[in-house]
Design a protein around this ligand. Structure first.
Ligand code: NAP
Length: 435
């Protein structure tokens, strides 16, 4: 039987859901997959999240293109759920709908001064340097010698590297041209990264930490005594989990690496919670409360210290923007094992689990949800042609063929300057390839 499945969101979770359906096809179940994406381009976080100096991670896009060029798959970019088509319409026309829209809103610190100029979320800064069309005009003041990054996860690490790297190192990457130009003129020379807990609790992963001593033009500093204290704490608590040991080893290696005397610095601080951002018209000072670890628990003290900085980027996680017609709870879609209530709607990726895990995590996650989806299929609904639906409503979409033209044009534009691509940021320019 032939079933029509709509997948909303062309990021890693959406593609891995499509791949799982393609792999699960049988004589009993054949799938026509329509992937719907609000941006004019696919690939989600692989395009607008992964740091430009991590090109290897982006090679997963080859897998996405293989999925997209498999029979039965159609791409509909520049089509927005809730604007061009409603959840109810998709749910009634398709045999199943898979929500793979991610979590693109940055969590707030909830402290005074957070809305001052110069205080932004990684959810704005990252898409700014990655050429997301909706974030080109984010106000990123770089006319300051010091930046503060709040959070101890891999996003905080990406943000800190992008601010602390010698911009020449980004010339051969696909960093947005507007961001690269600004980074070249940046006055930032010191980037302080703040973790509210100890080194043993950080959410960085060790491959990312191990990269840091290799930075040629940036000295990375971690206090050796911070790592020694953390080692004492974890050793006294029993066997050290493998990932914690690996992280502590990587941080100790950073601490022991002789500094090169570079002007650019990245400094890590632990056990400090931001409690206030101060400034007249923009960020000037960040106040931190000192935390201590008592009986294995992190406790905030009344002692504080301040750090002068003109830019603060918080990288403390993400939450989903609610979509009309879908139940949301605590920043994610409400579901049971990936199914939304008793409906024909399913959820995968960060919109299902929250913002955790690497790109590959979405593969097994999507596969188990697609298995559940298949078990709930009964008989196929009447044929429905989404292309006609969009044409009747005057919605211009970017098909797989049009996207391939955009892709080729970006790659070719980057070639002369040794970049993997020069990303378009203008929707109109991209839509010029549609049709
Ligand atoms: P994350 O890994 O969950 O880290 C969030 C960090 O923010 C944690 O250190 C957390 O500290 C801290 N935090 C939360 N609320 C805070 C507050 N109010 N004040 C101070 N700190 C606060 O999230 P992420 O960095 O956004 O990354 C999301 C996922 O993407 C992760 O799985 C990450 O590994 C993945 N990712 C991977 C790569 C890569 O592979 N290269 C790159 C980027 C992202 P607590 O632990 O104390 O809560």
């Amino acid at each position: 039987m032939n079933f029509r499945i709509a997948i909303v969101g062309a990021g890693p979770a959406g593609y891995f859901a499509a791949q799982a359906l393609q792999n699960l096809q049988s004589d009993e179940h054949k799938f026509a997959i329509d992937m719907i994406e609000k941006l004019p381009t696919p690939w989600g976080l692989v395009r607008s999240g992964v740091a430009p100096d991590h090109p290897k991670i982006k090679t997963v896009s080859k897998v996405f293109e293989k999925i997209a060029t498999t029979e039965g798959f159609q791409l509909f970019c520049n089509v927005e759920l809730g604007k061009d088509v409603s959840v109810e319409e998709l749910s009634s026309k398709y045999d199943a709908v898979v929500i793979a829209t991610g979590t693109d809103k940055g969590r707030k610190l909830g402290i005074p001064g957070e809305d001052l100029r110069g205080s932004l979320s990684a959810a704005e800064f990252v898409p700014w340097y990655n050429a997301h069309p909706d974030y080109v005009n984010v106000d990123v003041p770089l006319d300051t010698d010091t930046a503060v990054v709040i959070g101890a996860g891999n996003v905080a690490m990406d943000v800190a590297r992008m601010l602390a790297l010698e911009p020449k190192e980004l010339d051969c990457t696909d960093t947005a041209s507007h961001a690269l130009e600004r980074l070249h003129k940046s006055s930032i020379r010191t980037v302080h990264v703040f973790a509210r807990r100890g080194p043993e609790h950080v959410a960085f992963t060790s491959p990312e930490l191990r990269e840091l001593p290799k930075l040629e033009h940036t000295d990375v500093e971690i206090g050796e005594c911070d790592i020694e204290d953390a080692l004492k704490r974890v050793t006294s608590a029993g066997e050290i989990p493998k990932d914690v040991k690996s992280n502590l080893d990587a941080m100790m290696a950073i601490a022991k690496t002789p500094k090169k005397g570079n002007e650019r610095k990245m400094n890590f601080h632990f056990l400090a919670s931001p409690i206030e951002i101060k400034g007249k018209d923009r960020v000037e000072v960040v106040i931190f409360a000192i935390n201590v670890i008592k009986d294995g628990k992190v406790v905030q003290t009344s002692d504080t210290y301040s750090v002068k900085a003109g830019l603060v980027v918080s990288a403390i996680g993400y939450q989903a923007e609610p979509i009309a017609g879908i139940p949301f709870k605590s920043g994610i879609v409400e579901h049971k094992d990936g199914r939304v209530g008793e409906t024909n709607m399913y959820v995968v990726g960060w919109a299902k689990r929250g913002p955790s895990g690497v790109i590959g995590t979405n593969k097994s996650d999507a596969a188990s949800v697609m298995e559940l989806l298949i078990t709930n299929l009964e008989s196929p609904k009447d044929n429905f042609d989404f292309l006609t639906y969009l044409r009747e409503r005057g919605v211009v979409h970017v098909s797989q063929g049009s996207w391939e033209k955009i892709n080729a044009a970006e790659v070719s534009a980057g070639e002369s300057s040794g970049k993997p691509r020069m990303k378009f940021t203008d929707r109109k320019e991209m839509l010029g390839f549609a049709g």
